[in-house]
Design a protein around this ligand. Structure first.
Ligand code: HEM
Length: 223
């Protein structure tokens, strides 16, 4: 088993499973964030953020989430280093997923996304969890962190909006190759399914990126 996990295939498998978990997380995160601009008040967003921060099951999943991020990053770096130091292979296997433009920049986009993530966690998550400098708001006689006002204040700053949008576009670059590559690492390499998975990956990436970009733009101009 330990041999499998340190083998090239084992590393790719773990990376792809962690990557697909993160793909799911992004959808949930986007859904909650969109509630901030769709609803008439910040209440649904603040209550959803509170639920995500206090529910026991979600809190346990948070460990899985951060573990997933770490595994994905560590294995990504190890595989990239192995690739760089490997001798060029002489034969290429027939493959339905040729190297795309986006695949060449996975490690570069990954590094920038990691920097974004650290800044992003300091912007919101760590403030709410540890620093305690988030205003409180009362709903139905109960205190909640007003994370909604924090998001709105952040996205009223033009340079923050530009920075976030640039990072979302790089995330899109990463997802465009990453989505289909995860399925390939799981052994799905098929003349019908591979193009279908690629198409779903492109639709997913465009929808998620557009959704994330829409939030700071909407807050900046219309809230
Ligand atoms: C408009 C876009 C985004 C907004 C407004 C936003 C907002 C937030 C807020 C308010 C929190 C704190 C939630 C809490 O403490 O309960 C948070 C946490 C987090 N965000 Fe974002 N986020 C955005 C995009 C992203 C993206 C693109 C990623 C990943 C690449 C990401 C990754 C995370 C992670 C890992 C956490 C900590 C875990 C969690 O609380 O669920 N966020 N975000």
């Amino acid at each position: 088993m330990s041999n499998f996990l340190t083998s090239s295939i084992g590393k790719k498998l773990i990376m792809s499973l962690a990557g697909l978990f993160l793909v799911t997380f992004l959808l949930v995160h986007l859904g909650i964030n969109l509630s901030l601009i769709i609803a008439d008040s910040r209440e649904p967003f603040n209550k959803a953020a509170h639920f995500m921060g206090t529910n026991v099951i979600v809190k346990a999943l948070e460990f899985v989430l951060f573990g997933g991020f770490l595994l994905h990053m560590i294995y990504g770096v190890v595989l990239q280093l192995q690739n760089w130091f490997a001798r060029p292979t002489r034969y290429k296997k027939e493959n339905y997923s040729q190297t795309s433009f986006f695949s060449k920049f996975m490690i570069h986009t990954a590094v920038i996304i990691t920097v974004f993530l650290v800044i992003h966690l300091f912007d919101f998550y760590l403030k709410a969890k540890f620093f305690g400098d988030v205003p409180l708001v009362v709903y139905d006689g109960k205190d909640y962190h007003d994370l909604g006002i924090l998001v709105i204040e952040k996205f009223k700053l033009g340079w923050v909006v530009v920075f976030y949008i640039a990072c979302f576009l790089l995330l899109a670059f990463h997802l465009l190759h990453g989505f289909q590559s995860a399925f390939q690492s799981l052994g799905i390499n098929h003349k019908t399914y591979t193009p279908l998975i690629k198409a779903i990956g492109v639709i997913y990436t465009i929808a998620v990126t557009a959704g994330f970009i829409f939030i700071p733009v909407y807050v900046y101009f219309w809230m």
